[in-house]
Ligand binder design. Structure first.
Ligand SMILES: [Zn+2]
Length: 230
């Protein structure tokens, strides 16, 4: 009898141990940071005009703004390696926006992983060393409705990412951006001339309103990317 009880107890322990191993979710999805702190993040996607990056960095520097850049892999060119490195050295961050701006929501698991890994390879080739990104931004935001514990989320997780960063302010009109920005906002811009003009207009005003303009890692309180410079 005692042995039977011991056996039952052992089985119970094994079952609860097994359940504890299961993940309740694969990733975390963010549209904004804390609404209680006067901090925001400016993010700049795609970079179909990579030659604009230097000017974006100049403007950001002028107003003490740390950017988070989400280029797609094919827009990170070897010839631009020095300016991407400058961005990192000046305290900006780079995140993964896929390699070719593919709609990941409609992609297979293998394709999702390949898109993210190929972007990493392009960036590494341009920098000349690995840079371990910590956040993903889905092209078109597609996949956001799948949630954090789906097969889609697992594919993102298996590619090496636990944090998907969306946004709550999406406009190239400075008036709209300034109207919509609040504590914790993540502003979405794109790496092109038109958005550089918007950045030049909004940064002095956001600074005057007393916002600290930080990277998404700082805003969300997550470990930053790792720049493995030799
Ligand atoms: Zn994009």
């Amino acid at each position: 009898m005692r042995r039977l009880l011991a056996l039952i107890l052992l089985c119970c322990l094994a079952v609860t141990g097994g359940l504890a191993e299961e993940r309740t979710k694969y990733i975390t999805q963010y549209t904004n940071g804390s609404r209680d702190e006067k901090r925001i993040a400016v993010t700049v996607d795609d970079w179909f005009e990579p030659e604009m990056l230097g000017e974006f960095l100049d403007v950001a520097d002028e107003y003490g703004c740390k950017l988070t850049l989400y280029p797609i892999g094919i827009n990170v060119l070897e010839r631009d390696g020095a300016v991407w490195q400058r961005a990192i050295d000046e305290g900006h961050e780079i995140g993964n926006h896929s390699n070719t701006h593919k709609n990941l929501d409609k992609a297979s698991r293998d394709s999702i992983i390949a898109q993210l890994n190929n972007m990493e390879k392009r960036l590494e080739k341009a920098l000349g060393h690995p840079y371990v990104m910590n956040t993903v931004r889905y092209p078109y935001g597609a996949g956001r409705h799948r949630g954090t514990r789906s097969a889609f989320a697992k594919a993102i997780y298996d590619a090496g990412y636990e944090h998907a960063v969306l946004w709550d302010v999406d406009s190239t009109d400075p008036k709209d951006i300034l109207r919509d920005t609040q504590n914790g906002s993540i502003i979405l811009l794109h790496g092109r001339k038109k958005d550089l003009r918007a950045l030049k207009t909004i940064l002095p005003e956001l600074q005057a309103r007393g916002y600290e303009m930080v990277t998404v890692s700082q805003l969300l309180g997550i470990s930053p990317p790792a720049d493995d410079q030799p």
